[in-house]
Design a protein around this ligand. Structure first.
Ligand SMILES: Nc1nc2c(ncn2[C@@H]2O[C@H](COP(=O)(O)OP(=O)(O)OP(=O)(O)O)[C@@H](O)[C@H]2O)c(=O)[nH]1
Ligand SMILES: [Mg+2]
Length: 344
């Protein structure tokens, strides 16, 4: 896994305007052979922040219309910034889903928080996600405090409070919650949404798009994410492995794709079905965890493999031979060298 996505604004993508070309030339496509951009076209970055488990990744996927970020009921599922891209006739919105902000207990936790705070500084609009089924707590107040300077700073980044999971609470409780959230900070908007019930997702979209500056698209039409395939594959395996594990284990899991390539046919040539060989390494922090992940006679690991393979085949569009191995990397969450090796 390589959780090193480019920060917003980092222009090393071939499809982006070449450096030194004035934005106006790009906007009209003048002399560059680029497609014409309609008058008033908007583009920019929005980032979702919030406590772990607030529903940021689920909302990102709902807005993009495809799974670009894994989700789970375990806190701290997201461990790197994931970009999902929305294409509209008059706008392009790059959504940056971030790890949940929390009180860090490990070096990994600290790194994740730092990553979120760095991302915040570079986006055009921030969506602060607060779950409707949980009272506004000290964690939310702390995040609101971190956001305040963004709104007051030179960029004057608009802050939108997004009250998630509205399907979980009755209307009167939601109304009270919305008032509490409104009092928490200088929000440009407060929007209630349920990503799983598909309620108000379009309103979130409209509100975020409304805060984007004018500018040309940054990604080619139809591109929904810039996550490398190997990262998405590793994430799908981690999502499957998170299912049904408890306590500390979700935090202790890390997944890396070791190798991915065409599976040769029996005669050594190419296979007609294009099957891929995918070798994946799962890391845990202790021997006891290794046993849990593998399960009795390998039963749990087989289930994880079956589940993950379905997702990977849907993503890549070819049959996949998935090989999963489990290894112990003792206390990797607290070890700078191991963190580096795992890409953090
Ligand atoms: N009922 C309901 N559940 C939701 C909704 N949105 C998310 N969830 C659930 O909430 C849990 C957490 O969702 P995620 O999207 O993974 O949350 P997150 O904020 O990305 O979490 P981290 O990556 O850990 O920070 C999952 O079990 C989701 O299915 C919603 O609108 N309604
Ligand atoms: Mg997430």
């Amino acid at each position: 896994m390589s959780p090193h996505p480019r920060p917003p604004g980092d222009e090393d993508d071939d499809d982006r305007p070449p450096p030194g070309v004035p934005a106006s030339a790009v906007a009209t496509g003048a002399g560059l052979g680029l497609p014409r951009v309609p008058e008033g076209y908007r583009s920019g970055f929005a980032c979702f922040v919030g406590r772990p488990n607030a529903g940021k990744s689920t909302l990102t996927n709902a807005l993009v219309g495809q799974k670009v970020a894994i989700t789970s009921s375990r806190p701290q599922t997201t461990r790197h910034t994931v970009r999902g891209i929305l294409h509209r006739p008059s706008a392009q919105l790059v959504l940056v889903d971030t790890p949940g902000l929390h009180r860090p207990r490990t070096l990994l936790g600290q790194r994740l928080n730092d990553l979120v705070l760095a991302t915040l500084a570079e986006v055009d609009v921030v969506g602060f996600c607060l779950p409707a089924d949980q009272a506004v707590g000290p964690g939310d107040r702390w995040i609101a405090e971190q956001l305040l300077p963004l709104a007051q700073g030179r960029r004057g980044t608009p802050l939108v409070a997004v009250v998630t999971k509205t399907d979980l609470v009755p209307r009167d409780r939601l109304a009270k919650h919305l008032v509490e959230v409104a009092d928490l900070g200088p929000w440009a908007d407060v929007v209630p949404v349920s990503a799983t019930a598909g309620q108000q997702v379009d309103v979130v979209e409209d509100v975020l798009l409304g805060h984007l500056p004018e500018g040309p698209p940054m990604y080619p039409d139809g591109e929904l994410t810039d996550e490398p395939e190997a990262v998405m594959v590793a994430e799908l395996v981690r999502e499957a492995a998170l299912e049904g594990v408890r306590d500390e284990l979700p935090h202790s899991l890390a997944v890396v794709v070791e190798e991915m390539g065409p599976r040769p046919a029996a005669d050594g040539g190419e296979r007609a079905d294009g099957m891929l060989d995918v070798h994946v390494q799962l890391f845990v922090e202790r021997d006891s965890q290794k046993g849990i992940v593998i399960g009795k006679g390998g039963s749990r690991l087989r289930e994880v493999g079956t589940h993950a393979r379905a997702g990977i085949e849907a993503l890549l569009g070819v049959p996949v031979f998935l090989d999963l191995r489990v290894k112990v990397a003792k206390d990797w969450q607290r070890d700078p060298r191991k963190l580096a090796r795992l890409g953090f």
